[in-house]
Design a protein around this ligand. Structure first.
Ligand code: UDX
Length: 437
Protein backbone atom coordinates (compact mmCIF):
# COMPACT_ATOMS: atom_id res chain seq x y z
CA UNK A 1 0.00 0.00 0.00
CA UNK A 2 1.02 3.63 -0.33
CA UNK A 3 1.33 5.03 3.17
CA UNK A 4 2.19 8.40 4.69
CA UNK A 5 3.30 8.82 8.30
CA UNK A 6 2.96 12.29 9.78
CA UNK A 7 5.42 12.82 12.63
CA UNK A 8 8.78 11.05 12.67
CA UNK A 9 9.59 10.86 16.39
CA UNK A 10 10.04 7.69 18.47
CA UNK A 11 6.69 6.43 17.22
CA UNK A 12 6.46 7.72 13.63
CA UNK A 13 10.02 7.01 12.48
CA UNK A 14 9.75 3.42 13.66
CA UNK A 15 6.29 3.05 12.15
CA UNK A 16 7.40 4.46 8.77
CA UNK A 17 10.48 2.25 8.57
CA UNK A 18 8.59 -0.84 9.76
CA UNK A 19 5.78 -0.34 7.23
CA UNK A 20 8.39 -0.06 4.44
CA UNK A 21 10.12 -3.16 5.80
CA UNK A 22 6.78 -4.98 5.43
CA UNK A 23 6.72 -4.05 1.73
CA UNK A 24 4.60 -0.90 1.70
CA UNK A 25 5.61 2.27 -0.10
CA UNK A 26 6.04 4.89 2.61
CA UNK A 27 6.63 8.61 2.94
CA UNK A 28 7.54 9.90 6.41
CA UNK A 29 6.83 13.58 7.07
CA UNK A 30 8.04 15.81 9.89
CA UNK A 31 8.33 19.57 10.39
CA UNK A 32 11.86 19.19 11.84
CA UNK A 33 14.36 19.50 8.95
CA UNK A 34 17.17 18.04 11.10
CA UNK A 35 15.20 14.87 11.72
CA UNK A 36 14.25 14.53 8.04
CA UNK A 37 17.83 15.09 6.95
CA UNK A 38 19.10 12.34 9.27
CA UNK A 39 16.35 9.91 8.28
CA UNK A 40 16.86 10.63 4.57
CA UNK A 41 20.50 9.70 5.05
CA UNK A 42 19.34 6.39 6.56
CA UNK A 43 20.33 7.46 10.09
CA UNK A 44 18.06 7.01 13.09
CA UNK A 45 17.73 10.40 14.85
CA UNK A 46 17.54 8.58 18.21
CA UNK A 47 18.75 5.28 19.66
CA UNK A 48 16.42 2.38 19.01
CA UNK A 49 17.80 -1.14 18.51
CA UNK A 50 17.20 -2.41 14.97
CA UNK A 51 15.88 0.89 13.58
CA UNK A 52 19.12 1.73 11.72
CA UNK A 53 19.05 -1.62 9.92
CA UNK A 54 15.49 -1.39 8.62
CA UNK A 55 15.98 2.28 7.69
CA UNK A 56 18.99 1.40 5.57
CA UNK A 57 17.35 -1.59 3.88
CA UNK A 58 14.07 0.26 3.18
CA UNK A 59 15.84 3.35 1.83
CA UNK A 60 17.89 1.11 -0.45
CA UNK A 61 14.77 -0.64 -1.73
CA UNK A 62 13.32 2.78 -2.66
CA UNK A 63 10.16 2.07 -0.63
CA UNK A 64 10.91 4.66 2.05
CA UNK A 65 11.27 8.43 1.62
CA UNK A 66 11.13 11.38 3.96
CA UNK A 67 9.99 14.97 3.50
CA UNK A 68 9.24 18.14 5.46
CA UNK A 69 6.34 18.98 3.13
CA UNK A 70 2.96 17.57 4.10
CA UNK A 71 1.83 18.01 0.47
CA UNK A 72 4.02 14.97 -0.26
CA UNK A 73 1.42 12.86 1.56
CA UNK A 74 -0.73 13.21 -1.56
CA UNK A 75 -1.13 9.93 -3.37
CA UNK A 76 -0.87 7.79 -0.24
CA UNK A 77 -4.02 5.78 0.52
CA UNK A 78 -3.47 5.51 4.27
CA UNK A 79 -2.13 8.42 6.37
CA UNK A 80 -0.88 7.64 9.87
CA UNK A 81 -0.86 10.48 12.39
CA UNK A 82 2.00 9.76 14.79
CA UNK A 83 2.74 13.17 16.28
CA UNK A 84 3.32 13.86 19.96
CA UNK A 85 0.66 14.69 22.54
CA UNK A 86 2.79 16.17 25.32
CA UNK A 87 1.54 17.36 28.69
CA UNK A 88 0.27 20.95 28.55
CA UNK A 89 2.54 23.40 30.28
CA UNK A 90 1.36 23.85 33.87
CA UNK A 91 -1.58 21.44 33.45
CA UNK A 92 -2.19 17.69 33.54
CA UNK A 93 -4.14 17.61 30.27
CA UNK A 94 -2.66 16.59 26.91
CA UNK A 95 -1.72 19.20 24.33
CA UNK A 96 -3.44 18.28 21.06
CA UNK A 97 -1.96 21.10 18.97
CA UNK A 98 0.18 18.75 16.88
CA UNK A 99 -2.60 16.22 16.26
CA UNK A 100 -4.98 18.97 15.13
CA UNK A 101 -2.28 20.50 12.92
CA UNK A 102 -1.47 17.14 11.33
CA UNK A 103 -5.10 16.32 10.50
CA UNK A 104 -5.87 19.83 9.23
CA UNK A 105 -2.59 19.86 7.29
CA UNK A 106 -3.50 16.61 5.55
CA UNK A 107 -6.99 17.66 4.43
CA UNK A 108 -6.00 19.64 1.27
CA UNK A 109 -3.97 16.67 0.03
CA UNK A 110 -6.48 13.85 0.44
CA UNK A 111 -8.24 11.87 -2.26
CA UNK A 112 -11.67 10.27 -2.05
CA UNK A 113 -11.42 6.99 -0.13
CA UNK A 114 -8.21 7.86 1.73
CA UNK A 115 -7.95 6.70 5.33
CA UNK A 116 -6.50 8.87 8.09
CA UNK A 117 -5.32 6.68 10.98
CA UNK A 118 -4.64 8.24 14.36
CA UNK A 119 -1.82 6.52 16.25
CA UNK A 120 -1.04 9.23 18.79
CA UNK A 121 -2.29 8.74 22.36
CA UNK A 122 -5.23 11.12 22.77
CA UNK A 123 -7.93 11.89 25.33
CA UNK A 124 -11.12 9.94 24.71
CA UNK A 125 -13.43 11.96 22.45
CA UNK A 126 -10.67 13.33 20.22
CA UNK A 127 -11.31 10.94 17.32
CA UNK A 128 -15.04 11.72 17.22
CA UNK A 129 -14.24 15.44 17.13
CA UNK A 130 -11.65 14.98 14.37
CA UNK A 131 -14.02 12.73 12.38
CA UNK A 132 -16.39 15.70 12.17
CA UNK A 133 -13.56 17.88 10.88
CA UNK A 134 -12.72 15.27 8.24
CA UNK A 135 -16.41 14.86 7.27
CA UNK A 136 -16.87 18.64 6.98
CA UNK A 137 -13.85 18.88 4.66
CA UNK A 138 -15.79 17.12 1.89
CA UNK A 139 -12.69 15.15 0.93
CA UNK A 140 -14.45 11.78 1.12
CA UNK A 141 -11.75 10.54 3.47
CA UNK A 142 -12.42 8.45 6.60
CA UNK A 143 -10.82 8.55 10.04
CA UNK A 144 -9.82 5.51 12.11
CA UNK A 145 -8.01 5.30 15.47
CA UNK A 146 -5.36 2.62 15.78
CA UNK A 147 -3.46 3.07 19.04
CA UNK A 148 0.16 2.06 19.30
CA UNK A 149 1.51 -0.03 22.17
CA UNK A 150 5.19 -0.13 21.27
CA UNK A 151 7.80 -0.09 23.99
CA UNK A 152 10.98 1.88 23.45
CA UNK A 153 13.90 -0.47 23.12
CA UNK A 154 11.61 -3.04 21.44
CA UNK A 155 9.86 -0.61 19.10
CA UNK A 156 10.70 -2.32 15.81
CA UNK A 157 9.70 -5.76 17.07
CA UNK A 158 6.51 -4.40 18.69
CA UNK A 159 5.54 -2.64 15.42
CA UNK A 160 6.23 -5.55 13.08
CA UNK A 161 4.86 -8.23 15.43
CA UNK A 162 2.44 -6.48 17.80
CA UNK A 163 0.68 -8.54 20.47
CA UNK A 164 -2.66 -7.12 19.34
CA UNK A 165 -4.13 -4.64 16.88
CA UNK A 166 -6.94 -2.30 17.86
CA UNK A 167 -9.02 -0.49 15.23
CA UNK A 168 -11.42 2.24 16.25
CA UNK A 169 -13.66 2.76 13.23
CA UNK A 170 -16.95 4.53 12.48
CA UNK A 171 -20.17 2.53 12.15
CA UNK A 172 -21.45 1.33 8.77
CA UNK A 173 -19.87 0.99 5.36
CA UNK A 174 -17.10 3.54 6.02
CA UNK A 175 -16.05 1.51 9.05
CA UNK A 176 -16.05 -1.76 7.07
CA UNK A 177 -13.87 -0.17 4.43
CA UNK A 178 -11.49 1.29 7.06
CA UNK A 179 -11.16 -2.18 8.60
CA UNK A 180 -10.32 -3.70 5.22
CA UNK A 181 -7.69 -1.02 4.56
CA UNK A 182 -6.09 -1.57 7.97
CA UNK A 183 -6.17 -5.34 7.45
CA UNK A 184 -4.22 -4.79 4.23
CA UNK A 185 -1.66 -2.59 6.02
CA UNK A 186 -1.19 -5.20 8.74
CA UNK A 187 -1.58 -8.27 6.51
CA UNK A 188 1.73 -9.79 7.68
CA UNK A 189 0.87 -9.55 11.38
CA UNK A 190 -2.65 -10.83 10.78
CA UNK A 191 -1.28 -13.82 8.85
CA UNK A 192 0.68 -14.58 12.03
CA UNK A 193 -2.57 -14.70 13.97
CA UNK A 194 -2.22 -11.37 15.75
CA UNK A 195 -5.58 -10.74 17.47
CA UNK A 196 -7.52 -7.80 16.02
CA UNK A 197 -10.07 -5.91 18.12
CA UNK A 198 -12.42 -3.87 15.93
CA UNK A 199 -14.32 -1.31 17.94
CA UNK A 200 -15.55 2.28 18.08
CA UNK A 201 -13.40 5.39 18.41
CA UNK A 202 -13.95 5.94 22.12
CA UNK A 203 -13.06 2.37 23.05
CA UNK A 204 -9.92 2.41 20.91
CA UNK A 205 -8.76 5.63 22.55
CA UNK A 206 -9.54 4.27 26.01
CA UNK A 207 -7.77 0.96 25.36
CA UNK A 208 -4.50 2.81 25.00
CA UNK A 209 -4.80 5.04 28.05
CA UNK A 210 -6.21 2.30 30.23
CA UNK A 211 -3.37 -0.06 29.23
CA UNK A 212 -0.83 2.55 30.27
CA UNK A 213 -2.81 3.36 33.42
CA UNK A 214 -2.80 -0.34 34.35
CA UNK A 215 0.95 -0.70 33.79
CA UNK A 216 1.70 2.45 35.79
CA UNK A 217 -0.57 1.23 38.58
CA UNK A 218 1.19 -2.12 38.65
CA UNK A 219 4.58 -0.42 39.05
CA UNK A 220 3.31 1.97 41.71
CA UNK A 221 1.62 -0.90 43.53
CA UNK A 222 4.92 -2.71 43.95
CA UNK A 223 6.65 0.55 44.83
CA UNK A 224 4.02 1.14 47.53
CA UNK A 225 4.85 -2.35 48.84
CA UNK A 226 8.51 -1.30 48.76
CA UNK A 227 7.65 1.66 51.00
CA UNK A 228 6.00 -0.69 53.47
CA UNK A 229 8.83 -3.23 53.16
CA UNK A 230 11.29 -0.46 54.03
CA UNK A 231 9.65 0.18 57.39
CA UNK A 232 8.77 -3.46 58.08
CA UNK A 233 12.20 -4.87 57.25
CA UNK A 234 10.80 -7.01 54.39
CA UNK A 235 12.20 -7.64 50.91
CA UNK A 236 10.02 -6.35 48.09
CA UNK A 237 11.90 -8.42 45.49
CA UNK A 238 11.00 -11.72 47.17
CA UNK A 239 7.50 -10.40 47.70
CA UNK A 240 7.19 -9.64 43.95
CA UNK A 241 8.51 -13.10 43.07
CA UNK A 242 6.03 -14.73 45.41
CA UNK A 243 2.93 -12.82 44.30
CA UNK A 244 4.10 -12.98 40.69
CA UNK A 245 3.82 -16.78 40.68
CA UNK A 246 0.08 -16.26 40.85
CA UNK A 247 -0.78 -16.27 37.13
CA UNK A 248 -3.58 -13.78 37.81
CA UNK A 249 -0.99 -11.28 39.02
CA UNK A 250 2.10 -12.17 36.96
CA UNK A 251 5.69 -11.11 37.68
CA UNK A 252 6.13 -8.59 34.83
CA UNK A 253 6.04 -4.88 35.71
CA UNK A 254 6.52 -5.70 39.38
CA UNK A 255 10.07 -4.41 39.61
CA UNK A 256 10.27 -1.95 42.47
CA UNK A 257 12.87 0.78 42.39
CA UNK A 258 13.16 4.40 41.42
CA UNK A 259 9.91 4.25 39.46
CA UNK A 260 8.61 4.85 35.97
CA UNK A 261 9.37 7.67 33.57
CA UNK A 262 9.49 8.22 29.83
CA UNK A 263 7.43 9.95 27.21
CA UNK A 264 4.27 7.93 27.88
CA UNK A 265 3.30 6.59 31.29
CA UNK A 266 3.70 9.79 33.38
CA UNK A 267 1.94 12.13 30.96
CA UNK A 268 -0.70 9.59 29.94
CA UNK A 269 -1.95 8.92 33.47
CA UNK A 270 -2.11 12.65 34.16
CA UNK A 271 -3.97 13.35 30.91
CA UNK A 272 -6.37 10.50 31.69
CA UNK A 273 -7.14 11.93 35.14
CA UNK A 274 -7.67 15.38 33.58
CA UNK A 275 -9.98 14.00 30.86
CA UNK A 276 -12.02 12.05 33.41
CA UNK A 277 -12.57 15.31 35.34
CA UNK A 278 -13.78 16.98 32.13
CA UNK A 279 -16.20 14.11 31.61
CA UNK A 280 -17.56 14.50 35.15
CA UNK A 281 -16.07 11.19 36.31
CA UNK A 282 -12.92 12.44 37.95
CA UNK A 283 -13.41 10.10 40.92
CA UNK A 284 -13.17 7.00 38.70
CA UNK A 285 -9.49 7.45 38.00
CA UNK A 286 -8.46 9.78 40.79
CA UNK A 287 -6.33 6.90 42.09
CA UNK A 288 -4.02 7.60 39.14
CA UNK A 289 -2.93 10.79 40.89
CA UNK A 290 -1.95 8.57 43.85
CA UNK A 291 -0.14 6.25 41.42
CA UNK A 292 1.72 9.33 40.17
CA UNK A 293 2.49 10.51 43.71
CA UNK A 294 3.85 7.10 44.78
CA UNK A 295 6.03 7.13 41.68
CA UNK A 296 7.43 10.59 42.37
CA UNK A 297 8.12 9.67 46.02
CA UNK A 298 10.54 6.97 44.86
CA UNK A 299 12.83 9.66 43.49
CA UNK A 300 12.72 11.49 46.85
CA UNK A 301 13.46 8.21 48.57
CA UNK A 302 16.44 7.52 46.34
CA UNK A 303 17.91 10.97 47.01
CA UNK A 304 17.29 10.53 50.78
CA UNK A 305 19.07 7.17 50.70
CA UNK A 306 22.12 8.75 49.06
CA UNK A 307 22.16 11.58 51.60
CA UNK A 308 21.75 9.12 54.50
CA UNK A 309 24.46 6.85 53.16
CA UNK A 310 26.84 9.78 52.96
CA UNK A 311 26.14 10.53 56.62
CA UNK A 312 24.14 13.65 55.72
CA UNK A 313 27.14 15.32 54.06
CA UNK A 314 26.54 15.50 50.33
CA UNK A 315 28.36 18.72 49.57
CA UNK A 316 31.36 18.10 47.27
CA UNK A 317 30.98 14.32 47.54
CA UNK A 318 31.58 12.51 44.29
CA UNK A 319 28.46 10.61 43.25
CA UNK A 320 28.78 8.21 40.31
CA UNK A 321 25.37 7.97 38.66
CA UNK A 322 25.00 4.89 36.45
CA UNK A 323 22.26 5.57 33.93
CA UNK A 324 20.39 8.60 32.63
CA UNK A 325 17.82 7.14 30.21
CA UNK A 326 14.35 6.40 31.60
CA UNK A 327 14.98 2.73 30.82
CA UNK A 328 17.74 0.62 29.27
CA UNK A 329 18.16 0.34 25.48
CA UNK A 330 16.90 3.86 24.98
CA UNK A 331 18.46 7.33 24.79
CA UNK A 332 15.18 8.90 25.92
CA UNK A 333 15.45 11.08 29.02
CA UNK A 334 11.92 12.47 28.97
CA UNK A 335 10.72 12.43 32.58
CA UNK A 336 13.58 10.08 33.42
CA UNK A 337 13.85 9.20 37.13
CA UNK A 338 17.58 8.61 36.58
CA UNK A 339 18.24 12.08 35.21
CA UNK A 340 15.99 13.60 37.86
CA UNK A 341 17.95 11.94 40.67
CA UNK A 342 21.24 13.14 39.14
CA UNK A 343 19.94 16.70 38.91
CA UNK A 344 18.61 16.70 42.47
CA UNK A 345 21.90 15.40 43.89
CA UNK A 346 23.77 18.01 41.89
CA UNK A 347 21.43 20.62 43.34
CA UNK A 348 22.45 19.49 46.84
CA UNK A 349 26.06 20.30 46.04
CA UNK A 350 27.30 16.80 45.16
CA UNK A 351 29.86 16.40 42.39
CA UNK A 352 27.73 14.23 40.15
CA UNK A 353 29.46 12.28 37.41
CA UNK A 354 26.76 10.60 35.37
CA UNK A 355 27.21 8.05 32.65
CA UNK A 356 24.96 6.24 30.21
CA UNK A 357 25.70 4.23 27.06
CA UNK A 358 23.34 6.32 24.91
CA UNK A 359 21.61 9.13 26.80
CA UNK A 360 24.48 11.55 27.54
CA UNK A 361 23.86 13.88 24.54
CA UNK A 362 20.16 14.27 25.37
CA UNK A 363 21.01 14.82 29.05
CA UNK A 364 23.62 17.47 28.31
CA UNK A 365 21.06 19.37 26.26
CA UNK A 366 18.68 19.54 29.23
CA UNK A 367 21.15 19.71 32.13
CA UNK A 368 24.56 20.96 31.05
CA UNK A 369 25.35 21.68 34.71
CA UNK A 370 25.89 17.96 35.46
CA UNK A 371 29.23 16.21 35.18
CA UNK A 372 29.31 13.48 32.55
CA UNK A 373 31.68 10.64 31.69
CA UNK A 374 31.23 8.45 28.62
CA UNK A 375 33.37 5.73 30.16
CA UNK A 376 31.86 3.87 33.11
CA UNK A 377 35.27 3.52 34.76
CA UNK A 378 35.81 7.29 34.61
CA UNK A 379 32.46 7.85 36.28
CA UNK A 380 33.32 5.36 39.03
CA UNK A 381 36.82 6.63 39.62
CA UNK A 382 37.20 7.91 43.21
CA UNK A 383 33.43 7.91 43.79
CA UNK A 384 32.23 8.36 47.36
CA UNK A 385 29.03 6.55 46.43
CA UNK A 386 27.67 4.71 43.39
CA UNK A 387 24.04 5.06 42.38
CA UNK A 388 22.54 2.67 39.79
CA UNK A 389 19.40 4.21 38.30
CA UNK A 390 18.99 2.68 34.81
CA UNK A 391 19.52 -1.06 34.56
CA UNK A 392 21.61 -1.25 31.38
CA UNK A 393 23.08 -4.72 30.81
CA UNK A 394 26.62 -3.36 31.30
CA UNK A 395 25.76 -2.09 34.78
CA UNK A 396 24.02 -5.30 35.80
CA UNK A 397 27.17 -7.16 34.79
CA UNK A 398 29.59 -4.98 36.80
CA UNK A 399 32.04 -6.95 38.88
CA UNK A 400 31.93 -5.77 42.51
CA UNK A 401 35.60 -6.63 43.07
CA UNK A 402 36.77 -4.68 40.01
CA UNK A 403 34.53 -1.71 40.74
CA UNK A 404 35.70 -1.80 44.36
CA UNK A 405 39.21 -0.98 43.17
CA UNK A 406 38.04 2.15 41.34
CA UNK A 407 35.93 3.89 43.96
CA UNK A 408 36.93 5.76 47.10
CA UNK A 409 34.15 4.26 49.24
CA UNK A 410 32.43 0.98 48.54
CA UNK A 411 28.84 2.15 48.91
CA UNK A 412 26.23 1.40 46.27
CA UNK A 413 22.54 2.19 46.02
CA UNK A 414 20.77 -0.09 43.57
CA UNK A 415 17.79 1.96 42.40
CA UNK A 416 16.55 -0.87 40.18
CA UNK A 417 17.15 -3.86 42.47
CA UNK A 418 19.12 -5.65 39.77
CA UNK A 419 22.41 -6.42 41.51
CA UNK A 420 23.11 -9.45 43.65
CA UNK A 421 23.35 -8.14 47.24
CA UNK A 422 25.21 -11.25 48.37
CA UNK A 423 28.00 -10.86 45.81
CA UNK A 424 28.37 -7.12 46.40
CA UNK A 425 28.41 -7.47 50.18
CA UNK A 426 30.88 -10.34 49.93
CA UNK A 427 33.20 -7.98 48.03
CA UNK A 428 33.10 -5.57 50.95
CA UNK A 429 30.40 -3.21 49.70
CA UNK A 430 27.65 -1.52 51.64
CA UNK A 431 24.79 -2.47 49.33
CA UNK A 432 21.32 -0.92 49.57
CA UNK A 433 18.44 -1.78 47.27
CA UNK A 434 15.02 -0.13 47.31
CA UNK A 435 12.49 -1.88 49.50
CA UNK A 436 15.06 -4.46 50.56
CA UNK A 437 16.62 -4.92 53.97
C1 UDX B 1 5.14 2.26 27.70
C2 UDX B 1 4.19 1.07 27.49
O1 UDX B 1 4.80 -0.13 28.00
C3 UDX B 1 3.90 0.93 26.01
O2 UDX B 1 2.99 -0.13 25.79
C4 UDX B 1 3.33 2.23 25.49
O3 UDX B 1 3.12 2.16 24.10
C5 UDX B 1 4.26 3.39 25.80
O4 UDX B 1 4.56 3.43 27.18
P1 UDX B 1 7.76 2.64 27.39
O5 UDX B 1 7.51 4.05 27.80
O6 UDX B 1 8.65 2.37 26.22
O7 UDX B 1 6.37 1.93 27.06
O8 UDX B 1 8.40 1.91 28.64
P2 UDX B 1 8.05 0.70 29.62
O9 UDX B 1 8.85 -0.47 29.25
O10 UDX B 1 6.59 0.52 29.79
O11 UDX B 1 8.66 1.28 30.97
C6 UDX B 1 8.17 2.49 31.51
C7 UDX B 1 8.89 2.87 32.77
O12 UDX B 1 8.52 2.00 33.83
C8 UDX B 1 10.41 2.82 32.69
O13 UDX B 1 10.93 3.97 33.33
C9 UDX B 1 10.77 1.56 33.45
O14 UDX B 1 12.04 1.64 34.03
C10 UDX B 1 9.67 1.54 34.51
N1 UDX B 1 9.39 0.21 35.05
C11 UDX B 1 8.93 -0.79 34.23
C12 UDX B 1 9.55 -0.05 36.41
O15 UDX B 1 9.94 0.84 37.17
N2 UDX B 1 9.25 -1.28 36.89
C13 UDX B 1 8.80 -2.29 36.11
O16 UDX B 1 8.56 -3.37 36.63
C14 UDX B 1 8.63 -2.03 34.73
Amino acid sequence: MRISVIGCGYLGAVHAASMAELGHEVIGIDVDPGKIEALSAGKAPFFEPGLGDILTSSMKSGRLRFSTDIADAKGAQVHFVAVGTPQKRGENAADLTYVDAAVNGLLPHLNEGDLIVGKSTVPVGTAARLAEVVAASGTGATLAWNPEFLREGFAVKDTISPDRLVYGVPAGAAGERAKDQLDEVYAAAIANETPVVVTDYATAELVKVSANAFLATKISFINAMAEIAEVAGADVTSLADAIGYDARIGRRFLNAGVGFGGGCLPKDIRAFAARAEELGRGESVRFLLEVDAINMRRRDRMVDMVVESLGGQVYQKKVAVLGLAFKPDSDDVRDSPALDVAVRLNGLGARVIATDPEAIPNSIRLHPQLGFATDTHDALHDADIVVLVTEWKDYRALDPVEVGELVRDKVIIDGRNVLDPVAWRAAGWTYRGMGRP
